[in-house]
Design a protein around this ligand. Structure first.
Ligand code: NAD
Ligand code: KPL
Length: 308
């Protein structure tokens, strides 16, 4: 049974290469004929792990290919998820299974609502990968930035999918998570407490040690939000965890900081935007979180980047 990977970016290529290396059939779905032609000229993907580059010949195709799709990894950004899925929806076989690998919350529900006939699994990943823009074939050369883990789960069914063995064989570190929503909420809260402030103060994660009171206040409000939307487990020790992540990643720039620095669209709508919209629906007043959202929106507007 073949896998399809929709979104041939950093994580999509990382997954495709690891599935392909154990002989699991996998196909990459490219955005348009020009990108498919460029990919075919490059002759496949290159994955760099521990300074070792290996090439993988993973076939590419377009969204309107005729072959049915049974297993799909959706590996685009949250803001592209709905339109990407719409482009392949007619190809989904009965009982198709999808892994939605987007950061934040909101896009997964929107995709699942579009596909009532398919099984949508949600994923939360701490793996890191980036495209090596410096190389001539940089688009398709992905550097695995280090160790991490991916949690997978289905908010509606506890049954384990039959293909977890493909991930095992490919060396994709993963765990089935019966409470995947709690994991996604916790990651969202961490990202909301750290990423926007690193953008606004233009600092590495470690720079937030100089804004400890602001971080602590945000953690209190994020904890209230998690409690009020039925995720008390995700609120436990949130502030301590945020402080620990700031310490452990002190020398790094957050993913949102990197996006803004490179003039790329951020996933604000699926992080702070989702948090503030949920608070509003719950009639929960979180003044610091709302003010942070507004400050970040103004900051992005001023730089001509989408803020919604
Ligand atoms: P990316 O920008 O590197 O790749 C996304 C790819 O999807 C791009 O190549 C884009 O062209 C493609 N795409 C978008 N719309 C498409 C469409 N309609 N048809 C075909 N292709 C389409 O993104 P990424 O860094 O791999 O991140 C994917 C998701 O994983 C994001 O939500 C991100 O926050 C999350 N994530 C990334 C990392 C990381 O280290 N890169 C780590 C954890 C989580
Ligand atoms: O996930 C992160 C990111 O940069 O997106 C961390 C390192 C946890 C900071 O929020």
């Amino acid at each position: 049974m073949s896998w399809h990977v929709l979104g041939a970016g950093s994580l999509g290529c990382l997954w495709a290469a690891r599935l392909a290396r154990t002989g699991t059939p996998v196909q990459l779905i490219l955005r348009n004929p020009a990108r498919l032609a460029a990919y075919q000229r490059a002759g496949g993907l290159t994955l760099v792990e521990q300074n070792q580059a290996r090439h993988y010949v993973v076939p590419g195709q377009l969204a309107d290919d005729a072959s049915p799709i049974q297993r799909l990894l959706l590996a685009c950004k949250a803001y592209d998820a709905e339109s990407a899925i719409a482009s392949i929806a007619p190809r989904l076989a009965p009982g198709a299974e999808l892994i939605l690998l987007q950061n934040g919350l909101g896009s997964q529900e929107a995709v699942a609502a579009q596909l009532p006939q398919a099984r949508c699994l949600f994923a939360s990943s701490t793996e890191g990968a980036f495209r090596d823009g410096a190389a001539p074939e940089g688009e398709w050369r992905v550097v695995f930035a280090g160790h991490g883990h991916t949690w997978l789960g289905d908010p509606h069914h506890e049954t384990l999918p039959s293909w977890l063995g493909d991930l095992e064989r490919g060396g994709i570190p993963h765990q089935w998570s019966p409470d995947i929503l709690s994991r996604l909420w916790r990651k969202l809260a961490l990202n909301c407490a750290i990423n926007p402030l690193t953008v606004l103060y233009d600092c590495r994660n470690g720079g937030l040690r100089e804004h400890a009171t602001e971080v602590a206040t945000l953690c209190i409000e994020l904890g209230q939000l998690l409690q009020s939307c039925g995720q008390p487990g995700a609120a436990v020790d949130l502030h301590a965890d945020v402080q620990q992540v700031i310490q452990a990643t002190a020398a790094n720039y957050s993913s949102m900081h990197q996006d803004v620095a490179q003039g790329r669209r951020t996933e604000i709508a699926y992080l702070l935007g989702y948090a503030c919209a949920t608070a509003l629906r719950q009639r929960l007043i979180l003044p610091h979180l709302v003010a942070l959202h507004q400050r970040l929106q103004h900051y992005l507007d001023a730089r001509g980047l989408p803020s919604h």
